[in-house]
Design a protein around this ligand. Structure first.
Ligand code: MN
Length: 254
């Protein structure tokens, strides 16, 4: 099995290193990851400046770009043949609900899906400065899931988004297949003043769950369950297609 790893915490992040070691028994593990932290870079790609690649060993490359850049560079430059699986992570911090739209971790995996490769995004829901307490367990579980995907496959436009509670194995209640929740941030913009008296703004805020029913990823992790959400590229709202047809929109407007 050939696996490509990327992340958005940067190539030296503990979650990526631990995963690389854990997966080595499965076959060839390649790492192409940002040279520094690029969390919350979503699916951005670098098109207005050059990208540089540094080979760290025969199977690891640091790239001066985003996770999406890294997967493109991996597939076209670093790897001689496409991998069987792309894994993005293991991220420090949750990627739950609508936060997936901001996530560089999830977008690294989606870039794999766009290229037609089964992909997995993995995160541990550690908050703030807390220590990650279950990296060994999360890497073992991810290895098990990687083997499962290799055997059973995934639909071509689909990835799995996995979030672990930050709890030791004994305290984790199980694994649950979930749907994406819906987060909204309250007090999202902090307004402050710099030492020269000029106002600046800092995005932060507290999550408010617009949808926190029991089937959501957010609710599962809050209950101590590992959340596994199948996500698809196609964002089309098929239920609205016929309704919009009835609007009779044409090129001629009056
Ligand atoms: Mn991150």
């Amino acid at each position: 099995m050939r696996i490509l790893l990327t992340n958005d915490d940067g190539i030296h992040a503990p979650g990526l290193r631990a995963l690389k070691e854990s997966l080595a028994v499965l076959g060839e593990v390649y790492v192409v990851a940002p040279d520094r932290e690029r969390s919350a870079s979503s699916h951005s790609v670098t098109v207005h400046k050059p990208l540089r690649i540094e080979a760290l060993d025969t199977r690891s490359w640091a790239v001066t770009g985003t996770p999406a850049d890294c997967v493109k560079i991996a597939l076209e430059v670093c790897l001689k043949a496409p991998p069987d699986l792309v894994i993005s992570g293991i991220n420090r911090g949750p990627n739950l609900g609508t936060d997936v739209f901001y996530s560089g971790t999830v977008s690294g995996a989606f870039e794999g899906v766009i290229a037609g490769i089964p992909s997995l995004a993995v995160s541990i829901a550690v908050e703030g400065k807390d220590e990650i307490v279950n990296l060994d367990y999360a890497t073992n579980f991810t290895r098990f899931l990687a083997q499962k995907i290799h055997r059973r496959g995934l639909p071509p436009d689909t990835l799995l988004n996995v979030n672990f509670p930050n709890a030791p194995k004994e305290e984790i209640k199980g694994a649950k297949i979930t749907k994406l929740g819906w987060h909204r941030y309250v007090n999202a913009v902090h307004i402050r003043e710099d030492p020269r008296g000029r106002v600046y703004y800092w995005l932060a805020g507290k999550v408010q769950n617009v949808n926190a029913d029991a089937e959501t990823d957010t609710a599962a992790v809050a209950k101590g369950l590992i959340s596994i959400t199948p996500m698809q590229l196609d964002l089309t709202n098929y239920r609205l297609l016929a309704e919009l047809e009835s609007w009779q929109l044409s090129k001629d407007v009056t």
